[in-house]
Design a protein around this ligand. Structure first.
Ligand code: GDP
Length: 176
């Protein structure tokens, strides 16, 4: 037996964003390859997933708010030590997008102690294209202004779900 860990890096990643944008669904879609219609009361604390990205074996500990965002009780300990943050909004609900600048970016500035933390903006639920109210261009513009990566995805159809996590992790690996 050996005490060597079976991974090259351990990264802490966070999901933030308004209630019901699909944070838990994205996490489950990525870690268990399934989509379940979640009851809003059911949140996930965190999940661990091993991935190989850029030839490196990574252990990802991905934290979900577990519904705490509804009570505005996320604390500094949630953010502490995170290498990457995924900021999620719902492309069918405008307020979840405006709250990114009004609420979530401010909270990040307040609590994120790691200045090198990489941010990824994710517009979820693109499978509901007929109900879309936030354009892709708006997402691109916000991401550019705020200095983060950007993707649109669907936890339901799994379009771009793996890419969200992979692009974030690649950028973290690329950052000295
Ligand atoms: P959270 O509160 O941000 O963790 O959001 P949940 O993951 O609990 O999702 C809220 C609701 O949106 C649930 O009913 C999900 O089934 C649904 N949902 C999540 N992602 C998607 C998606 O990509 N497409 C569709 N159509 N529904 C989704």
């Amino acid at each position: 037996s050996s005490s060597q860990p079976d991974f090259d890096y351990l990264f802490k990643l966070l999901l933030i964003g308004d209630s019901a944008v699909g944070k838990s669904s994205l996490l489950l879609s990525f870690t268990s390859d399934t989509f379940e219609d979640l009851s809003p009361t059911i949140g996930v604390d965190f999940k661990v997933k091993m991935v190989t990205v850029g030839g490196k074996k990574l252990k990802l500990a991905i934290w979900d708010t577990a519904g705490q965002e509804r009570f505005r009780t996320l604390t500094s300990s949630y953010y502490r030590g995170a290498q990457g943050v995924i900021m999620v909004y719902d492309v069918t609900r405008r307020e979840t997008f405006t709250n990114l600048s009004d609420v979530w970016a401010k909270e990040l500035d307040l609590y994120l102690t790691n200045q090198d933390c990489i941010k990824m903006l994710v517009g979820n639920k693109v499978d509901k294209e007929s109900e879309r109210v936030v354009t892709k261009k708006e997402g691109i513009d916000f991401a550019r202004e705020y200095g983060c990566l950007f993707l649109e995805c669907s936890a339901k159809t799994r379009v771009n779900v793996e890419q969200c996590f992979e692009e974030l992790v690649l950028k973290i690996l690329d950052t000295p």
